[in-house]
Ligand binder design. Sequence first.
Ligand SMILES: CC(C)(COP(=O)(O)OP(=O)(O)OC[C@H]1O[C@@H](n2cnc3c(N)ncnc32)[C@H](O)[C@@H]1OP(=O)(O)O)[C@@H](O)C(=O)NCCC(=O)NCCS
Length: 160
Amino acid sequence: MHESPVSIRHYRAADLFILRQITTDSFGGVSLDMALEQKLGRWNERDWKARKADHIDDDVNQNPEGCFVAERDGEILGYITVRLDPLNSRGRIPNMAVVESARGLGLGRRLIVHALDYMRDAGMKVAQIETMASNAIGQHLYPSCGFEEVARKVHFAMKL
Ligand SMILES: CC(C)(COP(=O)(O)OP(=O)(O)OC[C@H]1O[C@@H](n2cnc3c(N)ncnc32)[C@H](O)[C@@H]1OP(=O)(O)O)[C@@H](O)C(=O)NCCC(=O)NCCS
């Protein structure tokens, strides 16, 4: 039996719950929020998953037009978010994830191509994305989509 094709569509407010869920399921080992918690322990009642999921709320509040989901038969398999800086003609992809069962099928690449087209249509001249050094897939996927490595960053933190 053939599976239905995956389509990419605009984010809708009703998607937020599942996008938060995909985020917390996906970012273990590849998120700064988790690394902070591993290093410092919890510092209030909120864990790294709650903090990471909040990034998605920020993305969809800041630029809902630039958030896209990949869907098959009504099931969301992944998403990508884009923020625009029109003054500097720069677009940024703060977050993306694909559910584990649908990885390695090219969905991540499709979402990136979609996001880049959206940025071009919006007049952006430069696209940016970043990844943790621990994220082997990101470090393979992003250059293969045309991104060039520009710089490496070191994160510091301390308990107060
Ligand atoms: C990053 C992510 C969105 C990619 O989604 P995906 O649908 O699997 O992406 P694709 O199938 O288009 O491409 C994955 C690529 O990584 C490659 N890959 C898979 N495992 C790999 C590994 N361990 N090391 C290096 N490359 C790897 C695949 O071969 C494929 O490359 P190819 O197209 O050249 O063969 C997905 O892995 C994910 O959700 N990860 C967790 C969250 C995350 O890291 N988000 C990005 C934060 S910066």
